[in-house]
Design a protein around this ligand. Structure first.
Ligand code: ADP
Length: 373
């Protein structure tokens, strides 16, 4: 063990750049990020956006081309992983097949020269913490996928890292187990009190787990915030489309009147837009607004009186998919990508719509959200 103070698991990346191939590949392009001590942070983005590179640089398997990485306030660039007090858990778990659960968990203490009695005592305490005691003498092959994951996590956590780094830890599991282990990961993180940095390309995984969701694109951070922030108020079209659950409409500002504007879309009546806080828009500017799919109400033309005070577009239904507790209705409203309404299941069947029906898709003006370009 090193003498770095325990619990100092705050991570800060300041101006971090990583290039490969003599500068031809820019894997990480100027990242500034603060992860509080004890937080569960998910780095989320499509394949190739630089997530794993960031993880490896925090771990100490690679160093940035430029910038600083601080753990517990100390610049760790150039330090090996053991000195940083970071630990990594891989997708494949990499358990030793010939060692029992207890010996797998105690392994890194053995490597560090801890006496057998002492390391077994630590392993017992860790197994109790992660509910593995009853499996102590089993081999990895005698465990379920979820139990193997717990062993891998316990093995990483026993070194008392300040930061635990997880690279797509759930992607080897089937969907049912993935959701179960997601809950378990969250509760283990709270029990252990260690900062977790978890890389995933699965939106639902990130928003279910993280205190801090970091959405990335091409080596840059597009948005960092709580799960709800990122999902409900995406900064721009990229984040909205990547996170899902939103419709994005683009139009041109026609009038601005204090905190409201009207937006013009071809073939539609003017759409009222709330400008929110300090946002300023100019007449003639192109803007994007996001409307949650579950905030859309579909109205038959004869019920147009219910549009009063709300914003709407005229649409034609192109598809209907039953989803259990809601019905997904695909709409041909605009030139924009998929315009979709999630209609609560009961409400949909009170007056079922059909493919081909022309309806208003309406929403409360205050529920739409103006995005950055
Ligand atoms: P992600 O984890 O988001 O899928 P990575 O961090 O693995 O993305 O990769 C980001 C970019 O950097 C990709 O274009 C990838 O090809 C490139 N890259 C990653 N590691 C190396 C390497 N060792 N040498 C050259 N290019 C690399």
């Amino acid at each position: 063990m090193t003498d770095a103070p325990i619990g100092k698991g705050a991570v800060e990346l300041a101006g971090v750049v990583k290039s490969y191939d003599g500068g031809d590949t820019l894997a990480v392009d100027g990242i500034n990020l603060k992860i509080p001590d004890g937080a569960y942070c998910c780095l989320l983005g499509p394949s190739g956006c630089g997530k794993s590179t960031i993880l490896r640089m925090i771990a100490g398997h690679e160093d940035p081309t430029k910038g600083e990485i601080l753990i517990g306030g100390e610049n760790v660039v150039g330090l090996p992983p053991v000195k940083r007090r970071t630990a990594m858990m891989f997708q494949s778990y990499a358990l030793f097949p010939h060692l029992s659960v207890r010996d797998n968990i105690a392994y890194s203490l053995r490597v560090r020269g801890m006496a057998k009695a002492a390391r077994n005592e630590r392993a017992e305490a860790m197994m109790a913490k992660v509910h593995l005691t009853e499996f102590a003498d089993r081999l990895p092959a005698q465990l379920s996928g979820g139990q193997q994951q717990r062993v891998a996590l316990a093995r990483a956590a026993i070194t008392e890292p300040r930061v635990l780094l997880l690279d797509e830890p759930l992607s080897a599991l089937d969907e049912h187990l993935r959701i179960q282990m997601r809950t378990e990961l969250a509760s283990m993180q709270k029990d252990l009190g260690i900062t977790f940095v978890h890389v995933t390309h699965t939106q639902m995984e990130a928003i279910a787990l993280a205190d801090l969701v970091v959405v990335m694109e091409k080596g840059k951070i597009k948005q960092a915030g709580s799960a709800r922030d990122v999902y409900v108020t995406p900064r721009d079209r990229y984040v909205a489309e990547f996170m899902g659950g939103q419709n994005v409409l683009r139009g041109r500002v026609e009038t601005v009147n204090g905190v409201r504007a009207t937006m013009i879309k071809e073939g539609q009546r003017p759409i009222e837009v709330s400008l929110g806080g300090a946002k300023l828009v100019d007449r003639g500017a192109d803007i994007d607004i996001a409307i949650r799919r579950d905030d859309i109400e579909l109205l038959r033309p004869e019920r147009a009186e219910r549009l009063d005070g709300r914003a709407s577009v005229t649409t034609r239904i192109t598809g209907i998919e039953y989803q259990g507790n809601f019905v997904k209705v695909m709409l041909d409203a605009t030139d924009d990508v998929a315009f979709i309404a999630f209609v609560p299941e009961r409400r949909f069947y009170e007056d079922p719509l059909q493919i081909g029906d022309v309806v208003y898709a309406a929403w409360d003006v205050s529920h739409a959200h103006l995005m950055a370009k």
